[in-house]
Design a protein around this ligand. Structure first.
Ligand code: NAD
Ligand code: WQD
Length: 365
């Protein structure tokens, strides 16, 4: 089938593109590159030896989106495009609601007009807020605590309403826990802009010498070592979950909600130890107070995804750290070391990288 991947140049999107291509699907990628680099998609092509169309388009550009559906026979959409920084969402709520919520509404409008009603959506464990119990099952109370989380909650509700109004829609709501790791080739991985907010990118930048020391936010939680516990999942396992979810939406109409996690929690200090082992580098850290808004413990009940999708995460914590480290070591500046190269190419071939029209295809050769 031909799958439109929004936000396909991003961290999870690029890894999912690899697994979709490996599974024999055709893909069309759109991204506005606001938090990613076209180089990621070049590398997806290198890894898979397959080609696909990429468009530099914003999902808020309804006409641009519409033209994609005219140019390609899209069967299903996997919708990653969105802004994801919790702190930024608190200071810039309108930007987050506009980009994430309105963007999704416009995407669904265009899908509806084109009779495409299969959708896999990137939701988040953030919709559970501070859970009453762990492991967290999908039917837990939803109580988000920040604008980013509310965009995910609102979109979930909107998608449920769309299916209620027209049961021909088939939708998977995938609630990711904490994705880490990278493709084992070391060619693609997480490349945050600026100082990372999340734990693993921060640790790996300390290991590679870009950052001085890790700040551990709180050691007085009710956990075995006092630091926060999370369910870290390898991005490849997560990507394979999308391939399974796609099969599900194609074979069974409805709104299907799944946790994508491992079902196991690790503390901040356990992650530090695991990364030290994987990298052979010491990770120096200092203990600070709790980060506002953080919860003590979060891990998934993954039984529903296993029973209904036949999916479970296979890659354990050492593998997650080893793959993160390979990516970080080989790409200490993420994809931005390509900037110099890109600048040189721009001087030589101005049209190759310059998107003069929102719909111009990039990187298709
Ligand atoms: P990412 O920022 O690496 O990828 C998102 C991609 O969407 C980027 O390439 C960005 O340029 C693009 N994008 C953003 N707004 C766009 C717009 N208006 N039009 C077109 N493209 C746009 O993030 P990620 O970690 O790969 O996350 C993918 C999705 O999964 C997001 O929706 C995110 O909220 C969700 N999610 C991520 C995590 C996580 O910890 N990484 C956890 C749960 C859910
Ligand atoms: C993990 C643990 C921190 C950084 C966030 C979003 C969530 C989801 C995933 C998208 C916590 C501690 C962290 C650091 C630290 N994103 N920590 N020092 O907070 O579980 O989830 O990303 O949907 O919505 O809220 O992940 O990686 O930021 O933190 O001590 O420099 O590491 O306190 O205990 P989190 P995280």
């Amino acid at each position: 089938m031909t799958v439109l991947v929004t936000g396909g140049a991003g961290y999870i999107g690029s890894h999912t593109c690899v697994e979709l291509l490996n599974a024999g699907h055709d893909i069309v990628v759109i991204d506005n590159f606001s938090n990613s680099h076209p180089e990621a998609l070049k590398r997806v092509k290198e890894i898979t030896g397959k080609t696909f169309h990429t468009y530099s388009i914003d999902i808020l550009d309804e006409d641009g989106l519409a033209r994609i559906f005219t140019e390609h026979e899209i069967t299903a959409v996997i919708h990653f495009a969105g802004l994801k920084a919790v702190g930024e969402s608190v200071s810039e709520p309108l930007w987050y609601y506009s980009n994430n919520v309105i963007g999704t509404i416009l995407l669904c409008e265009v899908m509806k007009r084109n009779g495409v009603k299969n959708l896999v959506f990137s939701s988040s464990a953030t919709v559970y807020g501070e859970p009453d119990t762990v492991p967290i099952p999908e039917n837990s109370l939803l109580k988000t605590t920040n604008p980013y989380g509310r965009t995910k909650y609102m979109i979930e509700e909107i998608l449920r309403d769309i299916h209620f109004a027209d049961p021909e829609w088939s939708i998977a709501l995938l609630r990711y826990f904490n994705p880490i790791g990278a493709h084992e080739s070391g060619k693609i991985g997480e490349a945050p802009q600026g100082t990372p907010n999340n734990l693993l990118p921060y640790i790996s930048q300390v290991a590679v010498g870009k950052l001085g020391e890790l700040k551990v936010y709180g050691d007085d939680y009710q956990t075995h070592d006092g630091t926060g516990v999370r369910d870290y999942i390898h991005v490849i396992d997560l990507s394979l979950g999308h391939v399974k979810a796609l099969e599900k939406v194609k074979s069974s109409k409805g709104v299907h909600t799944y946790n994508l996690g491992t079902g196991r929690g690790y503390s901040v200090l356990e992650m530090v130890k695991a990364f030290e082992k994987a990298s052979g580098r010491e990770i120096s850290y200092t203990i600070l107070g709790r980060r506002p808004g953080d919860i003590p413990v979060c891990f998934a009940d993954t039984s529903k995804a296993f029973e209904e999708l036949g999916w479970r995460a296979e890659r354990e914590i050492n593998k997650m750290c080893e793959d993160t480290w390979r990516w970080q070591r080989r790409n200490p500046e993420g994809y931005t070391s390509i900037e110099t190269e890109k600048q040189t190419s721009l001087e030589k071939e101005p049209t190759k990288f310059f998107v003069t029209h929102k719909q111009e295809k990039v990187l298709n050769e």
